[in-house]
Write a new protein. Structure first.
Length: 315
Protein backbone atom coordinates (compact mmCIF):
# COMPACT_ATOMS: atom_id res chain seq x y z
CA UNK A 1 0.00 0.00 0.00
CA UNK A 2 1.04 3.61 0.00
CA UNK A 3 0.02 7.11 -0.90
CA UNK A 4 -2.90 6.64 -3.30
CA UNK A 5 -6.18 7.94 -2.01
CA UNK A 6 -8.95 7.59 -4.62
CA UNK A 7 -10.41 4.23 -5.53
CA UNK A 8 -11.41 3.95 -9.16
CA UNK A 9 -15.19 4.20 -9.44
CA UNK A 10 -15.70 0.71 -10.85
CA UNK A 11 -16.35 -2.78 -9.59
CA UNK A 12 -18.76 -2.04 -6.73
CA UNK A 13 -18.42 -5.63 -5.55
CA UNK A 14 -14.83 -4.85 -4.60
CA UNK A 15 -14.61 -1.15 -3.83
CA UNK A 16 -16.57 0.28 -0.95
CA UNK A 17 -16.83 0.20 2.80
CA UNK A 18 -17.96 -3.38 3.24
CA UNK A 19 -17.19 -4.02 6.91
CA UNK A 20 -15.72 -7.33 5.74
CA UNK A 21 -11.97 -7.49 6.35
CA UNK A 22 -11.30 -10.06 3.61
CA UNK A 23 -13.20 -8.01 1.04
CA UNK A 24 -11.49 -4.86 2.32
CA UNK A 25 -8.02 -6.35 1.87
CA UNK A 26 -8.84 -7.48 -1.66
CA UNK A 27 -10.10 -4.00 -2.50
CA UNK A 28 -6.87 -2.42 -1.26
CA UNK A 29 -4.86 -4.83 -3.41
CA UNK A 30 -6.90 -3.96 -6.50
CA UNK A 31 -6.36 -0.27 -5.79
CA UNK A 32 -2.59 -0.62 -5.96
CA UNK A 33 -1.20 -3.90 -7.13
CA UNK A 34 -1.53 -4.00 -10.92
CA UNK A 35 1.12 -3.14 -13.48
CA UNK A 36 -1.03 -0.31 -14.84
CA UNK A 37 -1.53 1.23 -11.39
CA UNK A 38 2.18 0.92 -10.60
CA UNK A 39 3.02 2.69 -13.86
CA UNK A 40 0.44 5.39 -13.17
CA UNK A 41 1.74 6.11 -9.66
CA UNK A 42 5.34 6.10 -10.86
CA UNK A 43 4.58 8.76 -13.46
CA UNK A 44 2.19 10.93 -11.44
CA UNK A 45 3.67 10.67 -7.94
CA UNK A 46 7.17 9.33 -8.36
CA UNK A 47 8.53 11.36 -11.27
CA UNK A 48 9.42 8.04 -12.87
CA UNK A 49 10.72 6.59 -9.58
CA UNK A 50 9.19 4.08 -7.14
CA UNK A 51 8.58 6.71 -4.44
CA UNK A 52 4.83 7.32 -4.46
CA UNK A 53 4.33 9.15 -1.16
CA UNK A 54 2.86 12.60 -0.66
CA UNK A 55 5.50 15.31 -0.32
CA UNK A 56 6.78 17.91 2.13
CA UNK A 57 7.19 21.03 0.03
CA UNK A 58 9.26 23.48 2.07
CA UNK A 59 12.13 24.68 -0.14
CA UNK A 60 10.95 22.66 -3.17
CA UNK A 61 9.97 24.58 -6.31
CA UNK A 62 6.93 22.72 -7.65
CA UNK A 63 7.47 24.18 -11.12
CA UNK A 64 10.80 22.44 -11.60
CA UNK A 65 11.19 18.98 -13.21
CA UNK A 66 11.36 16.21 -10.64
CA UNK A 67 9.81 18.37 -7.92
CA UNK A 68 7.31 15.78 -6.74
CA UNK A 69 9.99 13.15 -6.33
CA UNK A 70 12.15 15.55 -4.30
CA UNK A 71 9.24 16.51 -2.06
CA UNK A 72 8.39 12.84 -1.47
CA UNK A 73 11.98 12.06 -0.53
CA UNK A 74 12.12 15.13 1.69
CA UNK A 75 9.06 13.88 3.57
CA UNK A 76 10.62 10.45 4.16
CA UNK A 77 13.89 12.04 5.31
CA UNK A 78 12.17 14.52 7.64
CA UNK A 79 9.97 11.86 9.23
CA UNK A 80 12.86 9.47 9.79
CA UNK A 81 14.97 12.22 11.36
CA UNK A 82 12.09 13.15 13.65
CA UNK A 83 11.60 9.51 14.57
CA UNK A 84 15.27 9.24 15.48
CA UNK A 85 14.99 12.30 17.70
CA UNK A 86 12.31 10.47 19.68
CA UNK A 87 14.83 7.76 20.66
CA UNK A 88 17.81 9.81 21.89
CA UNK A 89 19.30 6.83 23.74
CA UNK A 90 19.94 5.28 20.31
CA UNK A 91 21.58 8.35 18.78
CA UNK A 92 24.98 6.69 18.42
CA UNK A 93 23.74 3.17 17.77
CA UNK A 94 25.25 1.35 14.80
CA UNK A 95 22.61 -1.41 14.91
CA UNK A 96 19.47 0.68 14.52
CA UNK A 97 16.40 -1.26 13.40
CA UNK A 98 13.04 -0.08 12.14
CA UNK A 99 9.92 -1.38 10.43
CA UNK A 100 8.08 0.30 7.56
CA UNK A 101 4.41 -0.61 7.91
CA UNK A 102 2.61 -0.49 4.57
CA UNK A 103 5.90 0.07 2.76
CA UNK A 104 4.57 0.13 -0.81
CA UNK A 105 7.40 -0.24 -3.29
CA UNK A 106 9.97 0.04 -0.49
CA UNK A 107 11.34 3.29 -1.92
CA UNK A 108 11.59 5.09 1.41
CA UNK A 109 13.27 2.16 3.15
CA UNK A 110 15.76 1.71 0.32
CA UNK A 111 16.61 5.41 0.26
CA UNK A 112 17.04 5.65 4.03
CA UNK A 113 19.15 2.49 4.21
CA UNK A 114 21.41 3.77 1.44
CA UNK A 115 21.83 7.08 3.26
CA UNK A 116 22.37 5.81 6.80
CA UNK A 117 24.96 3.08 7.47
CA UNK A 118 23.83 2.91 11.12
CA UNK A 119 20.62 1.16 9.96
CA UNK A 120 21.49 -2.50 10.40
CA UNK A 121 18.07 -3.84 9.43
CA UNK A 122 14.79 -2.50 8.09
CA UNK A 123 11.75 -4.72 7.66
CA UNK A 124 9.21 -3.71 5.02
CA UNK A 125 5.73 -5.10 5.65
CA UNK A 126 3.31 -4.66 2.78
CA UNK A 127 0.15 -6.27 1.46
CA UNK A 128 0.81 -6.13 -2.29
CA UNK A 129 2.86 -8.77 -4.08
CA UNK A 130 3.77 -6.74 -7.17
CA UNK A 131 5.05 -3.86 -5.04
CA UNK A 132 7.01 -6.26 -2.85
CA UNK A 133 8.66 -7.89 -5.85
CA UNK A 134 9.79 -4.44 -7.00
CA UNK A 135 11.17 -3.67 -3.55
CA UNK A 136 13.14 -6.92 -3.34
CA UNK A 137 14.60 -6.51 -6.81
CA UNK A 138 15.68 -2.93 -6.24
CA UNK A 139 17.21 -3.75 -2.85
CA UNK A 140 19.13 -6.64 -4.41
CA UNK A 141 20.29 -4.49 -7.33
CA UNK A 142 21.71 -1.97 -4.83
CA UNK A 143 23.34 -4.72 -2.74
CA UNK A 144 21.09 -3.92 0.22
CA UNK A 145 19.39 -7.30 0.45
CA UNK A 146 21.10 -8.26 3.71
CA UNK A 147 19.88 -5.08 5.40
CA UNK A 148 16.34 -4.95 3.96
CA UNK A 149 13.71 -7.62 4.50
CA UNK A 150 10.46 -7.44 2.51
CA UNK A 151 7.50 -9.38 3.89
CA UNK A 152 3.98 -9.79 2.56
CA UNK A 153 1.30 -9.23 5.18
CA UNK A 154 -0.86 -6.75 7.02
CA UNK A 155 0.19 -4.36 9.75
CA UNK A 156 -2.86 -5.47 11.76
CA UNK A 157 -1.29 -8.92 12.13
CA UNK A 158 2.40 -8.06 11.94
CA UNK A 159 4.65 -11.16 11.65
CA UNK A 160 7.24 -9.89 14.12
CA UNK A 161 8.28 -10.56 17.69
CA UNK A 162 7.46 -8.31 20.61
CA UNK A 163 9.92 -5.48 21.29
CA UNK A 164 11.81 -6.00 18.02
CA UNK A 165 12.31 -2.52 16.52
CA UNK A 166 13.69 0.82 17.65
CA UNK A 167 11.18 2.63 15.45
CA UNK A 168 7.86 1.85 13.77
CA UNK A 169 7.40 4.04 10.70
CA UNK A 170 4.64 4.41 8.12
CA UNK A 171 3.82 6.77 5.25
CA UNK A 172 0.29 7.18 3.90
CA UNK A 173 -0.77 3.60 4.58
CA UNK A 174 -2.83 3.47 7.80
CA UNK A 175 -5.69 5.23 6.03
CA UNK A 176 -6.55 1.73 4.76
CA UNK A 177 -6.42 0.04 8.18
CA UNK A 178 -9.49 -2.03 8.88
CA UNK A 179 -9.04 -1.04 12.54
CA UNK A 180 -6.72 1.84 13.46
CA UNK A 181 -6.60 0.72 17.09
CA UNK A 182 -5.52 -2.77 16.05
CA UNK A 183 -2.85 -1.39 13.71
CA UNK A 184 -1.50 1.01 16.33
CA UNK A 185 -1.53 -1.75 18.94
CA UNK A 186 0.49 -4.03 16.69
CA UNK A 187 3.02 -1.25 16.11
CA UNK A 188 3.24 -0.86 19.89
CA UNK A 189 3.74 -4.59 20.42
CA UNK A 190 6.66 -4.89 17.99
CA UNK A 191 8.46 -1.70 19.11
CA UNK A 192 11.08 -1.83 21.85
CA UNK A 193 10.45 -0.11 25.20
CA UNK A 194 11.65 3.51 24.83
CA UNK A 195 11.18 3.13 21.09
CA UNK A 196 9.03 5.38 18.94
CA UNK A 197 6.19 5.38 16.41
CA UNK A 198 5.73 7.88 13.59
CA UNK A 199 3.32 7.92 10.67
CA UNK A 200 1.79 10.35 8.20
CA UNK A 201 -1.66 9.92 6.72
CA UNK A 202 -4.92 11.34 5.47
CA UNK A 203 -7.37 11.89 8.31
CA UNK A 204 -11.00 12.90 8.61
CA UNK A 205 -11.57 16.66 8.58
CA UNK A 206 -13.92 18.92 10.48
CA UNK A 207 -14.91 21.65 8.02
CA UNK A 208 -17.99 23.63 9.01
CA UNK A 209 -20.03 22.88 5.91
CA UNK A 210 -18.91 19.27 5.55
CA UNK A 211 -21.76 16.83 6.14
CA UNK A 212 -21.51 13.43 7.75
CA UNK A 213 -22.82 12.03 4.49
CA UNK A 214 -19.93 13.54 2.52
CA UNK A 215 -17.39 12.17 4.97
CA UNK A 216 -19.01 8.74 4.82
CA UNK A 217 -19.07 8.81 1.01
CA UNK A 218 -15.36 9.64 0.84
CA UNK A 219 -14.58 6.75 3.19
CA UNK A 220 -16.83 4.30 1.37
CA UNK A 221 -15.28 4.94 -2.04
CA UNK A 222 -11.63 5.02 -0.98
CA UNK A 223 -11.10 1.76 0.92
CA UNK A 224 -11.29 3.60 4.26
CA UNK A 225 -12.96 1.42 6.88
CA UNK A 226 -11.94 3.33 10.02
CA UNK A 227 -12.08 7.06 9.19
CA UNK A 228 -10.66 8.99 12.16
CA UNK A 229 -9.87 12.65 12.75
CA UNK A 230 -6.41 13.70 13.96
CA UNK A 231 -7.75 13.90 17.50
CA UNK A 232 -9.25 10.43 17.22
CA UNK A 233 -6.01 9.03 15.79
CA UNK A 234 -4.12 10.51 18.74
CA UNK A 235 -6.66 9.00 21.14
CA UNK A 236 -6.40 5.58 19.45
CA UNK A 237 -2.60 5.70 19.75
CA UNK A 238 -2.90 6.52 23.44
CA UNK A 239 -5.39 3.68 23.91
CA UNK A 240 -2.85 1.34 22.26
CA UNK A 241 -0.27 2.36 24.87
CA UNK A 242 1.74 5.14 23.19
CA UNK A 243 2.61 8.20 25.27
CA UNK A 244 3.47 11.81 24.41
CA UNK A 245 1.37 11.43 21.25
CA UNK A 246 1.42 14.51 19.02
CA UNK A 247 -0.21 15.51 15.73
CA UNK A 248 1.62 17.83 13.29
CA UNK A 249 -0.72 19.39 10.74
CA UNK A 250 0.75 19.36 7.20
CA UNK A 251 -2.50 19.78 5.27
CA UNK A 252 -1.12 22.73 3.28
CA UNK A 253 1.52 20.39 1.86
CA UNK A 254 -0.96 17.84 0.60
CA UNK A 255 -2.83 20.58 -1.25
CA UNK A 256 0.36 21.25 -3.22
CA UNK A 257 0.76 17.50 -3.83
CA UNK A 258 -2.76 17.29 -5.24
CA UNK A 259 -2.22 20.34 -7.44
CA UNK A 260 0.96 18.94 -8.96
CA UNK A 261 -0.60 15.51 -9.43
CA UNK A 262 -3.49 17.12 -11.29
CA UNK A 263 -1.09 18.98 -13.58
CA UNK A 264 0.76 15.74 -14.29
CA UNK A 265 -2.43 13.84 -15.13
CA UNK A 266 -3.56 16.65 -17.44
CA UNK A 267 -0.16 16.57 -19.17
CA UNK A 268 -0.32 12.79 -19.64
CA UNK A 269 -3.80 13.15 -21.16
CA UNK A 270 -2.54 15.89 -23.49
CA UNK A 271 0.30 13.57 -24.59
CA UNK A 272 -2.15 10.85 -25.56
CA UNK A 273 -2.21 8.84 -22.34
CA UNK A 274 1.33 7.44 -22.40
CA UNK A 275 -0.04 3.89 -22.42
CA UNK A 276 -2.34 4.43 -19.41
CA UNK A 277 -6.06 3.67 -19.72
CA UNK A 278 -8.01 6.80 -20.66
CA UNK A 279 -10.88 6.01 -18.27
CA UNK A 280 -8.41 5.72 -15.38
CA UNK A 281 -6.81 9.05 -16.29
CA UNK A 282 -10.15 10.84 -16.63
CA UNK A 283 -11.34 9.46 -13.30
CA UNK A 284 -8.21 10.64 -11.52
CA UNK A 285 -8.36 14.06 -13.17
CA UNK A 286 -11.90 14.58 -11.89
CA UNK A 287 -11.12 13.22 -8.44
CA UNK A 288 -7.94 15.27 -8.01
CA UNK A 289 -9.78 18.49 -8.88
CA UNK A 290 -12.36 17.52 -6.27
CA UNK A 291 -9.66 16.72 -3.69
CA UNK A 292 -8.18 20.22 -3.93
CA UNK A 293 -11.59 21.72 -3.22
CA UNK A 294 -12.15 19.26 -0.38
CA UNK A 295 -8.86 20.28 1.26
CA UNK A 296 -10.07 23.90 1.26
CA UNK A 297 -13.44 22.87 2.70
CA UNK A 298 -11.96 20.73 5.45
CA UNK A 299 -13.16 17.31 4.29
CA UNK A 300 -9.85 15.83 5.39
CA UNK A 301 -6.50 16.72 6.89
CA UNK A 302 -3.02 15.33 6.37
CA UNK A 303 -0.18 15.23 8.82
CA UNK A 304 2.11 13.31 11.12
CA UNK A 305 1.33 11.54 14.38
CA UNK A 306 4.17 10.40 16.62
CA UNK A 307 4.51 8.88 20.06
CA UNK A 308 6.81 6.93 22.35
CA UNK A 309 6.65 3.52 23.99
CA UNK A 310 7.30 3.80 27.74
CA UNK A 311 9.92 1.71 29.48
CA UNK A 312 7.24 0.06 31.62
CA UNK A 313 3.58 -0.53 30.77
CA UNK A 314 1.23 2.15 32.07
CA UNK A 315 -1.13 0.66 34.62
Amino acid sequence: MSAEFVAVQVDPDTYGRSGDIIKHVEGVKKQYDTKEKLEFYAQVMGDGTDNIHFGKWGGVDSSQPGAYGRASEQMSDWMFALGRELVPHRTHATDFTYVDLGSGTGAAAIRLTEMHPFISKVSCLNLCDEQNDLARKRAADLHLGERIDVLTGTYEEAPFSENQFDLSFSQDAFVHAFSKLKAFSEAFRITKPQGAFIFCDLMCGDGRDVSEEELATFAATNMVNDWLSPEQNVAACEQAGWVDVTFINLTDDIRISFQLMLRKVEHIIEQGGDGIDSVLLTTYKENLASRITQVDRGVFKWGVVHGKKPMEPIV
